[in-house]
Design a protein around this ligand. Structure first.
Ligand code: ZN
Length: 73
């Protein structure tokens, strides 16, 4: 019974203020830097420089389309 080879994804949940919806809510850690707001679903990037602050993610993660470039006519 060895589980030491099992890497379990552990989601980190922190409390913070979402800059997108301006709500104090829970933020789920996607990676060490990126968090997702449980209220509005917006992705945030964590910045640590003396204090922890969250900024909306300008560049969406891979696999998501930022917007439709060519609008069909
Ligand atoms: Zn939010």
């Amino acid at each position: 019974m060895t589980e030491k080879n099992t890497v379990r994804f552990q989601a980190e949940i922190v409390n913070g203020k979402c800059p997108t919806c301006s709500e104090y809510t829970m933020l789920v850690g996607i990676t060490r830097e990126f968090y997702r707001c449980l209220t509005c679903g917006g992705d945030l990037q964590q910045h640590i420089n003396g204090k922890i602050s969250y900024l909306p993610v300008v560049n969406p993660p891979k696999g998501t389309k930022p917007y439709v470039k060519e609008w069909p006519r």
